[in-house]
Design a protein around this ligand. Structure first.
Ligand code: UD1
Ligand code: CA
Length: 462
């Protein structure tokens, strides 16, 4: 069976009140259209086409990128709908591209991101087993305002769909709504689309009218009514985007728990779509894991922390209120509380970064420690290095960044200024408050400017 997917994404999304096309708004770190692509791809289609129009260039670019990223082998194409004259008109834009293609066309909406592949499989199974020319996905909405209503015939068969704006008060009472998701046999679809007229409140060519026309012309039309209305939510406003994000979060966190992750408070746990977490890891309340973050097994992420594009091996602990961006923590590493790691910071096995330490573009070797109040930038630390409180790599001379190298077992005294470029040899030590401007040989102690008595102070009066 040949399956082509068509994603409608040309509309502006006026109700979003945004300068950005609606389908580019993000839900759990992925653009709406990316969610739709992912669902479409779970059906192994032979091709995925997007109809773009409003901000078409950017929508096309994001769509093609998402497709290339998720399924480089599935052909993806875009067609332009220059004027948005309705969903029926949008599908017609793909006619030339579909010439010579037979089989089924699954039409998805770029603004319905929560739909699952299982639901679409149910739709396609019904479509094929009952040999329908068209099958529409519907659901009972608690509040159907704004959606197209499904008007059934007396015996319960599909009759037609009426848009909210065109519906009579009696029709507006109907709670079964059109999800905007359809399976069509390509052979009979396009002749039916030609017969659609824009005789409605919006003066648009409505795709749902194709169902009525097919039925009128004697083709069987099916309905699959899905129980989970949350999945069918179409995003038209910011409020709906927030509602969909909440539902998505709930689903994502439920999946994590099912797979063996302890989530102390699902309601305040924010995990993006692409994040993966290993078994027996624990997420404390109020954590955010976003982007392409990967967490291994048996890790603990404590409250108030955010991991963004972070890679954690097993047994890693991130203590309260720490930020880990684009960085890597090897097995047994510990971070925080109040630590900030960014731009390819890399902690090797068992390394520790403690309170108020910032690490940028630096590597800490195995079991190396920077426990308090430090800045490590453009630095490479060997194994078992100890960084005393207040140490700073002075990596910037006002124009350029310079590197600091601290070799195995070196001990940096509290408040050392390491003026880069500089290398501290293996096993060397710096005294508290040293300002190190030259390389320090292995196993050597350097120390700077000790304070001396200048005068006796008056006894303070209180
Ligand atoms: C549509 C359905 C409605 C259904 C609802 C479900 C029609 C006429 N109505 O209404 O029955 O209940 O979806 O969410 O189809 N688009 C284009 N080109 C256009 C117009 C729209 O590509 O000319 C795209 C939009 O970008 C969007 C999708 O089609 O992704 C649906 O369009 P939208 O305007 O959101 O339709 P609704 O009013 O929500
Ligand atoms: Ca919509």
């Amino acid at each position: 069976m040949n399956l082509t997917v068509l994603i409608l994404a040309a509309g502006q999304g006026t109700r979003m009140k945004s300068r950005r096309a609606k389908v580019l708004h993000e839900l759990a770190g992925r653009p709406l259209i990316g969610h739709v692509c992912r669902t479409a791809l779970s059906l192994s289609p032979s091709r995925v086409i997007a109809v773009v129009g409003h901000q078409g260039e950017s929508v096309a670019e994001v769509f093609l990128n998402e497709m290339k990223h998720m399924a480089p082998d599935v052909p993806a194409a875009t067609v332009f709908q220059h004027e948005q004259r309705g969903t029926g008109h949008a599908v017609r834009m793909a006619e030339a591209l579909l010439a010579g293609t037979d089989g089924t066309l699954l039409v998805l909406s770029g603004d319905v991101p929560l739909l699952t592949g299982e639901t679409l499989k149910t739709l396609l199974d019904a479509h094929h087993s009952d040999k329908y020319a068209a099958t529409v996905l519907t659901t009972e909405m608690p509040d159907p305002t704004g959606y197209g209503r499904v008007v059934r015939e007396v015996i319960g068969d599909f009759g037609h769909i009426v848009e909210h704006r065109d519906a009579s008060p009696a029709e507006r009472e109907i709670r079964e709504i059109n999800a905007g998701i359809y399976a069509f046999e390509i052979a009979t679809l396009f002749p039916a689309l030609e017969k659609i007229t824009p005789a409605n409140a919006q003066g648009e060519y409505y795709l749902p009218d194709a169902l009525k026309i097919l039925k009128h012309d004697g083709h069987p039309v099916g309905v699959v009514c899905h129980h989970a209305h949350e999945e069918i939510l179409g995003i038209n406003s910011r409020a709906e985007l927030a509602a969909a994000a909440a539902y998505f979060r709930h689903r994502k966190v439920s999946e994590l728990m099912r797979d063996g992750v302890t989530v102390i408070d699902p309601a305040t746990t924010y995990v993006d779509a692409d994040v993966t977490i290993g078994m027996d890891s624990v997420l404390y309340p109020n954590v955010t894991l976003d982007g392409a973050t990967v967490v291994g097994e048996n890790c603990r992420i404590h409250s108030g922390s955010r991991l963004s594009n972070a890679t954690l091996a097993d047994n890693v602990t991130v203590k309260e209120h720490s930020l880990v961006f684009d960085s890597r923590l090897d097995t047994g590493a510990t971070v925080g509380p109040f630590a900030h790691l960014r731009m390819n910071a890399h902690l090797r096995a068992g390394a520790v970064v403690g309170n108020f330490v910032e690490v940028k573009k630096s590597t800490l070797g195995e079991k190396s420690k920077a426990m308090h109040l430090s800045y490590l930038g453009d630095a490479t630390l060997g194994d078992r290095v100890n960084i005393g409180a207040g140490t700073i790599t002075c990596n910037y001379d006002g124009k350029n960044k310079h590197a600091t190298v601290i070799e195995d077992g070196a001990k940096i005294g509290s408040d050392t200024m390491l003026v880069a470029p500089v290398t501290i040899g293996a096993g060397a030590m710096t005294g508290a408050g040293s300002v190190v401007t030259k390389d320090v040989p292995e196993h050597t102690l350097v120390a700077g400017v000790p304070a001396t008595v200048k005068k006796k102070l008056d006894t303070p009066t209180q």
